[in-house]
Design a protein around this ligand. Sequence first.
Ligand code: TQI
Ligand code: ZN
Ligand code: ZN
Length: 172
Amino acid sequence: LYAYFPGTPTWPSDKTELKYAITATSAVSIDLSVLKTVFARAFGRWSAATTLTFSETDSPSDADITIGFYNGSHGDGEPFDGVLGTLAHAFSPTDGRFHLDAAETWVAEGDVTQADSDVAVDLESVAVHEIGHLLGLGHTSVTEAIMYPTIKTRTRKVDLANDDVEGIQNLY
Ligand code: TQI
Ligand code: ZN
Ligand code: ZN
């Protein structure tokens, strides 16, 4: 079953249009146009299940959510750890920070199940999971759900399960 963060933090009910900015991409080799497409698809999976909408802004100061790729220590006390281990992290509402470990072999185009590298990680799969955290979902006990706390490498898992939908619809 789905879970929330302690105190059940959410975005305020009068703020249904959330803006995100992709602010730190120099540490990753994926084209910005490709990143924009992947994150838009990931946000779209949650907007389809709620009354929330998401739009990208090029102006980080206007953004509710900021997305960036970092190596190692990057100023928030939660250093990344190189290949595998922690892949990404996101903070609970209404912090809005979503960070990805630039050391991962991110796959954003093509089929991660066919990737050359056995440590390849599907970017959209991780993004859908982290957006769940940004919106207030914790981890679930339902293995099929996006918010289940483990994912295998070379796996694509992007469709919300009923458990994810029930969890988010209970919040928004
Ligand atoms: N990052 C952890 C995660 O997002 C960070 C974390 C641990 C966390 N406990 C938390 C974040 C509690 C919020 C609340 O779960 S991770 C997966 C999954 C990770 C893991 O790098 O381990 C995905 C990132 F669930 F598939 F294993 C993305 Cl999809
Ligand atoms: Zn961080
Ligand atoms: Zn998680």
